[in-house]
Design a protein around this ligand. Structure first.
Ligand code: ADP
Ligand code: MG
Length: 680
């Protein structure tokens, strides 16, 4: 039987009355199985004695010492006992026994004691008032598990309860790992692991057991991914998704013999530039999926400005060749509008019938649009999440493209796939795009079942963006520099963390700075303000004026973070840069450097930086490589905080952390896939 399957309620255990059972149920511990899988969050090592002189090395230390003397301080009811202890090195420490006068009798002078607690220096002595004390004995020299608890339960109680469960039930518990996997990876039997976790003889034993459990957890996770993939498309995903070199080589040689599809060819011929090799490879990978048997589920990743939009238009054409419909979903109205305009320029001339739908499209036009969509008179519909609301019916949705996928939650992605199935045409192909490169370490776990196409290199002829840091107070120099760029016919973005001034007023706000930039700093140029509270129609006019070069300076909030594409803009000035996350900074910097001119990014930061803020600015200064930045971001913030990861069901592990445990993850993935290969 597996631990999770033991149906015996905790109340059957010795020492667990109805009261305790209730407390345990608050922790979701209902059965003996739950209890045995309630893992210690740490272990206290009381097998070794740490000299008192080294008290600062750990939060709590265990030390064996002699009671040197007793002392009292305070008077009356406040009278408090002090035990003075001395360790083998002769270091003295004071144990302040608040409300524990009885310790005087229990630990007479010269008795040897085992003390576990946190120490600090107070009034010139090493002192502790939060400690556990016992007479030193074989029994007290143990490794104690430390459990996550609620207020109404003590460690001692929990240890007792779990220990009793261990004695009565551990023996019959089986490992969830197949025997052959266990022997290959040196994983102990489950009942041994349970003992090693809850009652280890040494801390190393607990560490080994914990690693075995992490392996088990990741193995089961990868097994599920493998099974799902086998079911969906009849094969396993690659072991290491970054290592698709064999597939890549094959496609490279195919590229000449297996050209683009006819409509794609026509689009390529009309472009003022040629597709990069990476773009061509991605298109061919996508074509193989779309003309194949199973629905595509592919992540197209490529740094900001690498030309993903064009690849997605090519994917749309592959589906249109087959008579299917395409929905292109963007996270903001601004970006949806830009895609619609891009599609109008590039696709309409090929005879593609296009529509644009957001929450704001007015009622009358909307109705007609929906009718045409339902009858199949529209090939491509571009919009925001309104595309997948109840009222919208497709005739034959065959491809959903999701731009900036990390902006959408899992539920929205599922809704999209269901939408396609409503028509009875099966699951539509799914192409997700991300300019926040998924660090390799996360890719394996979070997107374990997706195929990945990567655009590694930016289109030729681009110069790397030059990034300058400026301390608050030196803005003047930055403004002067921007003025020389404007004079040369270029354009600039200024980004602020707030729309309106905050109450404490220490941050610059877009509205206020707009006035000052427009009136005092760049009076000779046309400046416009854009943020999320400006009506959509107006935003659209401002954006097209900026795109056409009629507006020179765009003052904005982070609305310009995603997607906006204006190649003549060469300056990005971000004030209070310390306020933005790394991926936002990288995205915003990616708004420039899109044309052939040299571009610049200025990060203006406040002196009062947090360590994290400092680390982010440093990374931005050092590199423009989105993959490197994502990897750094992960290390600064930890995986739980990565954009979009939180909603993606990532946090489903109890002990494992796919980033920290990357090496184990790779082993577990291989073990799981090998097993599936052999037996299914
Ligand atoms: P992102 O990958 O960030 O979504 P876009 O798709 O917005 O990037 O493309 C950025 C810019 O690069 C656009 O102006 C686009 O027209 C241009 N572009 C795309 N492919 C190429 C190419 N092969 N050569 C030159 N410019 C390209
Ligand atoms: Mg884009």
């Amino acid at each position: 039987m597996y631990a999770g399957e033991i149906p015996i309620p905790v109340s059957r255990l010795k020492g667990v009355g109805p009261q305790t059972a209730k407390v345990l149920s608050n922790l979701d511990i209902l059965t003996v199985g739950d209890l045995l899988s309630w893992w210690p969050r740490d272990w206290e090592d009381r097998t070794v004695s740490t000299p008192l002189s080294r008290f600062a090395e750990r939060k709590k230390i265990h030390t064996i010492a002699r009671v040197a003397s007793h002392d009292w301080f305070g008077a009356g009811r406040m009278k408090t006992l002090k035990l003075i202890i001395e360790d083998d090195e002769g270091t003295l420490a004071e144990l302040i026994c608040f409300n524990r006068p009885f310790l005087e009798k229990q630990f007479p002078v010269d008795s040897r004691v085992s003390v576990y607690g946190s120490f600090r220096i107070a009034y010139g002595s090493i002192q502790s008032s939060a400690f556990e004390i016992d007479l030193d004995s074989q029994l007290s020299r143990k490794v104690f598990p430390v459990y996550p608890l609620t207020a109404s339960l003590t460690q001692i109680q929990m240890r007792k309860i779990i220990s009793s469960a261990l004695d009565s039930y551990a023996k019959g518990i089986d490992s969830e790992l197949p025997q052959e996997v266990r022997s290959a990876h040196g994983i102990p039997a489950k009942h041994e692991i349970l003992h090693m976790m809850h009652r280890p003889h040494r801390v190393e034993e607990a560490t080994t057991a914990k690693e075995a459990l992490i392996f088990e957890e990741l193995y089961l996770f990868e097994l599920a991914i493998g099974r799902h993939s086998l079911k969906r498309r009849g094969r396993l995903p690659a072991i290491d998704i970054s290592d698709q070199s064999t597939e890549r080589e094959m496609l490279d040689s195919d590229a000449q013999s297996n050209p683009l599809l006819p409509l794609q060819q026509r689009l390529a011929e009309r472009l003022p530039f040629s597709l990069t090799d990476d773009q061509v490879n991605c298109i061919l990978e996508i074509n193989a999926d779309i003309t194949g048997e199973t629905p595509m589920a592919r992540l197209l990743q490529g740094d900001v400005g690498s030309g993903k939009t064009l690849v997605s238009f090519m994917a749309a054409l592959a589906v249109i060749e087959q008579g299917g419909q395409v929905a292109l979903l963007a996270p903001t109205e601004l970006l949806a509008r830009q895609h619609a305009e891009g599609a109008a320029t590039l696709l309409e001339v090929l005879g593609v019938r296009l529509a644009y739908l957001t929450g704001n499209v007015r009622a009358s036009g909307r109705k007609e649009l929906l009718t045409r969509l339902a009858s199949g008179e529209i090939d491509v519909i571009v919009g925001t999440h309104a595309l997948f609301s109840q009222k919208v019916q497709y005739k034959n949705l065959r491809l959903a493209i999701i731009d900036e996928q990390h902006r959408f939650g899992v539920r929205q992605r599922a809704a999209i796939q269901e939408k396609g199935m409503e028509g009875g045409n099966g699951i539509p192909h799914l192409l997700m795009m991300s300019a926040t490169p998924i660090p390799r370490t996360l890719a394996l776990s979070v997107f374990g079942d997706l195929d990945v196409s990567t655009i590694r290199s930016l289109p030729g002829g681009r110069k790397p963006i030059i990034t300058h840091l400026a301390r608050k107070g030196n803005e003047g120099k930055v403004y002067d520099f921007v003025r020389t760029q404007l004079a040369a016919g270029r354009q600039a973005y200024f980004v602020y963390p707030l729309i309106d001034p905050s109450e404490e007023g220490s941050l610059k706000a877009a509205t206020v700075m707009f006035t000052s930039l427009a009136k005092d700093i760049f009076p000779d140029y046309s400046c416009k303000l854009i943020h999320s509270r400006i009506p959509e129609d107006e935003q659209r006019l401002i954006m097209s004026a900026f795109r056409e070069g009629k507006v020179h300076v765009l003052v904005a909030t982070s609305v310009v973070e995603v997607g906006v594409d204006v190649p003549n803009a060469t300056c990005m000035v971000i004030e209070h840069a310390e306020r933005f996350g790394l991926s936002a900074l990288h995205q915003m910097r990616g708004r420039v450097g899109r044309g052939s001119e040299q571009s610049f990014c200025f990060l203006i930061y406040d002196d009062k930086l947090t360590e994290e803020g400092k680390a982010r600015i440093k990374v931005m200064h050092e590199t423009t490589d989105g993959f490197a930045i994502a990897e750094k971001d992960l290390h600064i913030r930890g995986p739980g905080e990565m954009t979009g990861i939180r909603q993606s069901g990532y946090a489903g592990f109890t002990l494992a952390d796919p980033v920290r445990d990357y090496d184990i993850l790779v082993k577990a993935r291989k073990a799981a896939f090998d097993y599936l290969e052999k037996y299914s």
